[in-house]
Design a protein around this ligand. Structure first.
Ligand code: SAM
Length: 219
């Protein structure tokens, strides 16, 4: 068991050096979180040895755990502080939520596939990540009762900006969302201040579909 955890610790260090730092992630809080959170725990046993590779992996239900670099890039773009309350749409494996939970005050995460929601919730309990609050349902509508949020992250590709999420973002807040068609998207970063909403394009990305009332319709 000791040897096993040492092996993954080494793989994690390698991931940080070769994929995360080498591509320009500099926020020390993001680097510390990625160094600490055991990514291999969030995939099935058969895939554990691949979990620190430079690619997404399947997590069942035709969904994926995102590539480590995209997790780091999106987290850095949120400019989180330890006081922030963050909303995540698309819990998936729970890995991104665990990274956010290392940095922020509280993480609210929503997943629309029940088996993934239950699995992630169990993992958060086992890992004693008590500042993560989970919900089963359509995240495109946000989480009205807990809004406004200092930061919102959407980890599935949207056809457009879900307006409910924008309205649940606080003044001074940051929102990161992949927007595009079902094959390719741009990672959009939105900030809100007293004068309005500002948008920047962080570049191309590829995510599974955001399915819901303000996302893609299910067929
Ligand atoms: N953040 C995840 C992780 O760290 O493993 C990766 C998420 S995976 C790329 C996208 C997830 O978004 C899938 O689990 C999918 O079921 C979920 N999803 C898609 N549409 C959703 C919606 N409207 N509300 C909540 N979750 C949604």
């Amino acid at each position: 068991m000791e040897k096993e955890s040492l092996k993954y610790q080494r793989l994690r260090e390698e991931m940080l050096r070769q994929q995360i730092e080498a591509r320009g992630i500099t926020d020390p809080r993001v680097l510390a979180a990625m160094r600490k959170v055991p990514r291999h725990v969030f995939v099935s046993e058969a895939l554990r040895d691949q979990s620190y590779g430079d690619f997404p992996l399947p997590i069942g239900e035709q969904q994926t755990i995102s590539q480590p670099y995209i997790v780091a890039e999106m987290t850095q773009a949120l400019e989180l502080t330890e006081e922030d309350r963050v909303l995540e749409i698309g819990t998936g494996s729970g890995y991104q939520a665990a990274i956010l939970a290392e940095i922020a005050y509280r993480v609210y995460t929503i997943e629309r596939i029940r088996s993934l929601y239950l699995q992630a919730r169990k993992l958060f309990d086992e890992m004693r990540l008590f500042n993560i609050v989970t919900r089963y349902g359509d995240g495109t509508k946000g989480w009205e009762e807990e809004s406004p949020f200092d930061a919102i992250i959407v980890t599935a590709g949207a056809p457009g900006l879900p307006s409910a999420l924008l309205s649940q973002l606080s003044v001074g807040g940051r929102l990161v969302v992949p927007v595009g068609n079902q094959h390719a998207q741009d990672l959009i970063r939105i900030t809100k201040d007293k004068r309005g909403v500002h948008q920047t394009n962080l570049g191309g990305c590829r995510f599974v579909k955001l399915v819901g009332e303000q996302g893609w319709k299910e067929f």
